[in-house]
Design a protein around this ligand. Structure first.
Ligand code: UD1
Length: 422
């Protein structure tokens, strides 16, 4: 069965779109429930493929879960396995988060080494080095990271780069590690801050969350809690750009945390897009008729997020002049450029920089999603293109966007899912 999206573009969009809970906050939150056996209630976990994949792994480990009306219930009381099956882990790189959670909770773990992925090599050397520095013995056997240790001991860990999931892994392991774990050059992304706050609520002693250095005093035991997931800043950014794509659009995006989106919002302003506050955390997107070209350089938070650059590339095809996007995190994050060019965009990639000449008229074509964000960017391109765009490989988009078709149809987009027998 092949799923594809068929979009008829250039329809003015009008109405409200509500942003869901953050996928990248939900994934570590689900893993963190392993740190203290018991029942957790997580509100606003999005029902997306990556979350279901994570939950399947949890079930394999012995946890029980159920989506209730407005929360996800996870019971980790009977977790009795420590190995993550390859078939599930290979579907999602974030499965590496089980390393820190299992080692922290049980002092042993068997986690498949994630393979390469479409957006780049994405090694996990910082994760392995950090967990080893806490005193764990890590071996690679048949593609699995096997960790055994009697006791972990807090120490100072300096990350070569502020990696999001490496920081999250070390925070989870550090909470139940004797002594003080210090993480230097830590990631400061809102999802890392969220996990830190969740761990604190569970009883962990952590200082410096959201700063360069995180200090964790290990506890013997943590406790289960209830918590609400923060809004998805990348989904919010996707819909803010959507609202700006056509001059006639009148879109209001709800459940936006403006603080988490400071840099992208400044960039929107430079382009000629403003956000009008209509309610608490709800913004109407307003654009000038002629929009400006700009320069974007991706960087760790609070810099411009790599996950948002594909959407800005689509928007900048409509700006008058030449724009530059430099990608500093993942080497293959420009694969969508070839698809956009097939739709009529004029983008050249030189080394790590995409040079976008605008404005160009986008024309509907068959195109292929190469990764989650690239795929969603093609959806945006299809919505501002002439005629019909067909998007293949949409399972990749569904890894991270909850009710995408419903949300877009809700503001008047002409988008359909087609399932072909093949
Ligand atoms: C997380 C996000 C992903 C986002 C990325 C950057 C989740 C589940 N995923 O991914 O959506 O695009 O942050 O904001 O939250 N690196 C190494 N060795 C390591 C780890 C990372 O060299 O051991 C490099 C990576 O190749 C990359 C950079 O560090 O160049 C940053 O990656 P990282 O922050 O680790 O991304 P993820 O945590 O995988």
């Amino acid at each position: 069965m092949e799923r594809k999206y068929v979009i008829r573009g250039k329809k003015p969009l009008k109405g409200e779109i509500e942003v869901s809970g953050a996928k990248n906050a939900s994934l570590p939150a689900i893993c963190a429930t392993l740190l203290a056996p018991g029942v957790y209630k997580l509100k606003k976990v999005p029902k997306v493929r990556d979350v279901f994949c994570m939950l399947k792994i949890m079930k394999y480990l012995g946890a029980i879960y159920e989506f209730k009306k407005d929360y996800l219930k996870i019971d980790t009381t009977k977790v009795n396995k420590f190995s993550v099956p390859y078939e599930l882990a290979s579907q999602m790189r974030a499965s590496i988060l089980f390393l820190g959670a299992l080692v922290g909770a049980f002092k042993k773990a068997e986690v498949p080494l994630p393979g390469g992925c479409a957006i780049g090599k994405r090694p996990v050397d910082f994760h392995i080095k950090g967990i080893s520095q806490l005193g764990a013995n890590i071996n690679l056997e048949r593609g699995n990271l096997i960790v055994k240790t009697k006791k972990l001991k807090g120490t100072e860990i300096i990350l070569d780069f502020p990696s999001v999931t490496a920081t999250e892994n070390l925070m989870m392991a550090g909470c139940l590690t004797e002594g003080e774990t210090v993480i230097k050059n830590a990631a400061k992304e809102p999802e890392v801050v969220f996990l830190g706050n969740m761990l604190k609520k569970m009883g962990a002693e952590i200082k410096g969350i959201g700063e360069d250095t995180i200090y964790i005093k290990g506890k013997k035991k943590l406790k289960p809690i209830n918590i609400e997931i923060i809004p998805d800043r990348i989904e919010a950014g996707t819909y803010l750009v959507l609202g700006a794509l056509l001059e006639e659009n009148e879109v209001i995006v709800k459940n936006v945390n403006k603080i988490h989106l400071k840099t992208p919002i400044l960039k929107l302003q430079e382009i000629g897009i403003t956000l009008e506050e209509v309610d608490k955390n709800a913004f109407r997107v307003k654009r000038k008729k002629i929009i400006n070209p700009i320069k974007i350089i991706t960087a760790p938070y609070p810099g411009f997020p790599t996950d948002l650059q594909p959407f800005f590339a689509v928007l900048l095809t409509q700006a008058k002049g030449v724009s530059f996007i430099t990608e500093n995190l993942f080497e293959n994050r420009f694969l969508y450029v070839f698809e956009l060019n097939r739709m009529g965009a004029e983008i050249k990639v030189e080394d790590r920089t995409a040079i976008i000449k605008g404005p160009t008229l986008l024309m509907g074509s068959p195109v292929k999603a190469t990764d989650l964000r690239a795929g969603a960017a093609l959806v945006l391109a299809g919505l501002c293109a002439e005629n019909t765009t067909t998007i293949y490989n949409v399972e990749l988009i569904e890894r991270g966007y909850e009710n995408l078709i419903e949300k877009l149809s809700g503001v008047g987009a002409d988008i359909k899912v087609i399932e072909d027998e093949s």
